[in-house]
Design a protein. Structure first.
Length: 302
């Protein structure tokens, strides 16, 4: 327990007195307005390369809103860790791009106009926004009181044997995606968390499984809701953009909201859990102490 009241101990929705209005909020809104317009009107190079500045703008806006509501944010708590999230994000998403070579669920229009080196470079820059956006949206979701309702549920006994069984399930899920992608494609958004999160638990790192065993589902709810909201924005901003992506999903490719089939939005929930597990797995392997995510700042994991 901390010995003094810190900014992150503030109640949900609390705005500290005399807190200056964050300049990054205005900067973020300006980036969104300029590059959203450029993207949808396909305004030359501004539209072609709008993805990163548009999402960076949203990340700044979310961070500023969290700071206004809680008194601290990912950026203000640990700027170096904030930057490190961008560096982790690109290789994390390339993992899913590799699996898409098997499931063929999403495709990029306009990518054929880039030489391979330029495609990899531009795509990596764009992919670098994924984890920061999801974690920032999660922090904002966590400032609302409804998340607290998931604090005290029914737990269960978590043992190393249970953790290993979950990891084996994750390994089978991964094999199914590779060997039977037409039928096992939904497992693309589950196998990582089934392997990485129990491994984090066994290594003494932050683990969603361990939180759930204690009856605390708040991290799962906040992460899932944060990724789902990000997903809606991803699909909205993608709709009239160029380059853009579209989906070919077996069996469930109906009732689209923007380009995404309705049932496809369900994949955003476990996707957030996978990002959380990958974050702690990577930082553990690198010997870094995780210091950015809201679940490590005492508001969700206690």
């Amino acid at each position: 327990m901390r010995g003094k009241l810190e900014p992150t101990d503030a109640p949900r929705g609390f705005v500290p007195a005399r807190l200056p209005f964050p300049l990054r909020l205005w900067l973020g809104l300006a980036l969104i307005a300029i590059f959203w317009f450029a993207s949808w009107t396909r305004l030359g190079a501004l539209g072609e390369y709008a993805f990163f500045p548009q999402w960076f703008g949203l990340i700044l806006v979310l961070d500023a809103l969290v700071a206004l509501r809680r008194g601290a944010s990912l950026l203000t708590r640990n700027p170096r860790e904030f930057v490190a999230l961008f560096l982790l994000s690109a290789p994390a998403w390339w993992l899913f791009e590799g699996l898409n070579a098997f499931v063929q669920n999403w495709h990029y229009l306009g990518a054929e106009n880039y030489p391979a080196w330029k495609y990899i470079l531009v795509a990596s820059i764009n992919f670098s926004t994924v984890i920061p956006a999801v974690f920032e949206m999660t922090e904002l979701v966590a400032t609302f009181a409804f998340v607290d309702r998931w604090r005290a549920g029914r737990g269960f006994t978590l043992t190393p044997r249970v953790a290993w069984l979950v990891m084996y399930a994750g390994a089978f899920a991964f094999a199914a995606v590779i060997l039977a992608p037409r039928y096992a494609f939904p497992l693309t958004w589950l196998w990582v968390v089934l392997i990485a999160d129990p491994l984090n638990y066994l290594r003494g790192r932050a683990s969603l499984l361990a939180q759930l065993a204690r009856g605390n589902a708040r991290p799962l709810v906040a992460l899932g809701a944060g990724a789902l909201l990000c997903g809606l924005v991803w699909e909205l901003w993608n709709f009239y953009a160029m380059p853009k992506w579209y989906y070919t999903v077996p069996f469930v490719g109906f009732a689209k909201i923007f380009e995404m089939p309705l049932l496809g939005y369900g994949g955003y929930l476990p996707f957030a859990w996978e990002l959380y597990a990958l974050y702690h797995l990577a930082w553990g392997k690198l010997g870094r102490a995780p210091g950015a995510v809201v679940m490590d700042m005492g508001s969700l994991s206690e």
